[in-house]
Design a protein around this ligand. Structure first.
Ligand SMILES: [Zn+2]
Ligand SMILES: [Zn+2]
Length: 397
């Protein structure tokens, strides 16, 4: 009897385990997937144009960056950008050298394909169109409403020549020439534009060299980086205005923007482009007509007129109180943009954080006896000759 009981109990226990095993799922989600949280950067319409956020200077693991083209697309989208150009180096392709080493055991004869720098081989090894295509494929897969511009970077000696980006091209593989001027002419003949990058990099000045005088003089240069990464080149603002060139602010990202800009508490450096729509044609048109502002480390850099248009479009300024006895008016200022604006009046600083109201009281002009209008110096805007623009806010617009 006792033995029978033990057997019966064992059967019951095994049976219960079998039931339990059946009810335990084999794979469970630890959390539910939600849409990726992009950093939305809200900016107003300016003079009827949309304000798009772009970065026209980014590297990938195919030249000397550490992120793939697909990774760059995801990164730019998450950072709140609308348009980017991946601009890998023709001449510095340490990534390609590494790939060739990795695939060497799988080549037919076990010998790696020899890496040939462009300068030595007078040719390019990498298929630069394929690099762009990788980014295009990722964009299609992700479905982000972002625009990709085809580009590359050409470089020579920093002291005498420097680095330049070629943008808005169909074919990146037929531009290279040992003679940089000839390469520039190739870009222009194919409808591309050329941007002079980081003009004071590895030099003590941002002034033009003999080579620059020649290529600028020939009309081959369309724009200059007034900001690259976290560096601002103040002299370049005047050059752009005087010579009708477009101002750019780009990251020149080689690592990741999360690692480089996020710890500083700033958005990645970018170019704000005032265009009708997010198409290659409209963005190119805006660039050729110099409708840009560079944004870097919380500072806006550009032509005074565009800076002030942006300020007035972003700030809502209303009269909230009039004290006739004291001859004072109090204004309510609301910054309807994601960019913090720092306004100064004498020694008083008004920090207009995004979407937060600020009050400012203005009295009467002693000489004219007229009520003073809300006029400020904009501390985080830089115009020509390293100066802050002075702004009068539009009232009750
Ligand atoms: Zn460069
Ligand atoms: Zn670069």
């Amino acid at each position: 009897m006792k033995r029978f009981l033990i057997i019966a109990l064992t059967v019951v226990t095994l049976g219960a385990t079998a039931v339990a095993q059946k009810t335990i799922p084999h794979a469970v989600k630890t959390c539910n997937e939600v849409a990726a949280r992009r950093t939305e950067i809200i900016l107003p319409k300016v003079k009827g144009f949309n304000c798009y956020k772009g970065d026209f200077h980014i590297h990938t693991s195919y030249s000397d960056g550490s992120v793939t083209p697909a990774g760059r697309v995801v990164e730019a989208w998450m950072d709140g950008l609308d348009v980017i150009a991946i601009t890998d180096h023709y001449e510095s392709r340490s990534g390609e050298r590494k790939f060739l080493k990795v695939i060497a055991p799988y080549s037919n004869d076990g010998e790696p394909i020899k890496y040939q720098p462009a300068s030595k081989a007078n040719c390019i090894m990498a298929d630069f169109n394929a690099i762009h295509q990788e980014a295009v494929d990722q964009l299609k897969k992700s479905g982000y409403p972002m625009l990709l511009i085809k580009g590359c970077e050409m470089a020579r000696n920093a002291e005498t020549h420097g680095h330049f980006n070629a943008l808005f091209l169909e074919d990146l593989n037929d531009l290279y020439d040992e003679d940089l001027t000839v390469a520039f002419r190739n870009v222009k003949a194919r409808g591309g534009i050329i941007v002079h990058n980081h003009p004071a990099w590895r030099r003590k000045t941002s002034d033009k060299t003999e080579f620059h005088e020649q290529v600028y003089g020939e009309g081959l240069i369309d724009g200059v980086e007034v900001a690259n990464g976290s560096t601002f080149y103040p002299h370049i603002v005047r050059r752009c205005i005087d010579e009708k060139l477009t101002m750019f602010g780009n990251t020149d990202e080689h690592t990741t923007t999360a690692h480089r800009f996020a710890p500083m508490g700033v958005y990645r450096t970018m170019t704000l482009i005032f265009a009708k729509e997010l198409t290659e044609k409209a963005i190119k048109d805006a660039i050729l007509k110099h409708r840009t502002i560079a944004y870097s480390g919380g500072s806006l850099i550009g032509e005074d007129s565009w800076l002030l248009e942006l300020l007035n479009a972003a700030v809502d300024c209303r009269i909230t109180k009039v004290d006739e006895k004291k001859g004072e008016r109090t204004f309510l200022l609301i910054n309807n943009s994601s960019i913090t604006l720092r306004l100064r009046r004498g020694k008083t600083i008004y920090v207009l954080e995004p979407f937060k109201p600020v009050l400012a009281t203005f009295g009467t002009d002693k000489q004219s006896g007229k009520l003073l209008n809300p006029t400020f110096v904009v501390d985080n805007m830089w115009g020509v000759d390293y100066k802050h623009p002075k702004a009068e806010l539009e009232i009750d617009k």
